[in-house]
Design a protein around this ligand. Sequence first.
Ligand code: ATP
Length: 262
Amino acid sequence: MQNTVEIRHVTHAYKTPAGPLPVLNDLSLAIPTGAFCAVVGPSGCGKSTLTRLIAGLMKPDRGEVFLHGEPVRGPRSTVGMAFQNPVLLEWRSILDNVILPLEIVAPRMARRDREARARELLALVGLEGFEAKRPSELSGGMRQRASLCRAIVHKPEVLILDEPFGALDAFTREDLWQTMHALRREEPFTTLLITHDLRESIFLADEVIVLSGRPATAQYRMDVPGGTGRTLDDLYTPEAADRLNLLRHQIQIAQGRHEAAA
Ligand SMILES: Nc1ncnc2c1ncn2[C@@H]1O[C@H](COP(=O)(O)OP(=O)(O)OP(=O)(O)O)[C@@H](O)[C@H]1O
């Protein structure tokens, strides 16, 4: 299978007034086309740094990042991103917020076609009828749904999700997990999810990678079967409990190293 994302032996340190802060150490990982990869790890270990490298917002000190086999040399408009805070533009309607990436990536696309594409996605995530609303008129969960639509409206090469469900209440979060599966069934995309929620990682991802403490490397990998056919009930099986225990144990190991290195 072809890899959409490949990180090869990436090492990076931030320059700080106190000297270099090593964040990533010889990190390698690959996300096959169409796969969903979750990255978990101790707070501050370098997860968001990884997303910036893939999006081309930063260059690593050593190693290379590839998208579809091409080295990433600068910012890529073909990467879709969604964060914990949806950052929707208040002066635009929900529909116009979702359309925004198409204005940048496909400026010649007819307004009619852009709208149709955005409406189709909004309907898929249950926001039909809210197209004309302003972001502040929607709940946090609804805003995050709109933000997910905006992140995939231009069919990005890779979707990067940096804790997009972290600020939501437990029920809304589980709703959105199911929405993610529904979206993936309709439009298979390649995803990297950063999360602190181990249940979320095994519900959504095909592979979970545990990063070690800073400077981070890939400490542990787990394949999770089931794909988008999983239901919330699958989180309450003995197999799921075993997986969660294993991951929790790995995070504890990572935190131990992390604390020792801090
Ligand atoms: N621009 C920067 N300059 C200097 N240090 C930075 C910069 N960005 C991040 N850092 C530091 O690098 C380390 C890794 O940051 P990063 O945001 O990648 O971690 P993270 O794993 O995403 O954290 P969290 O889980 O808390 O969101 C942290 O110690 C952070 O303070």
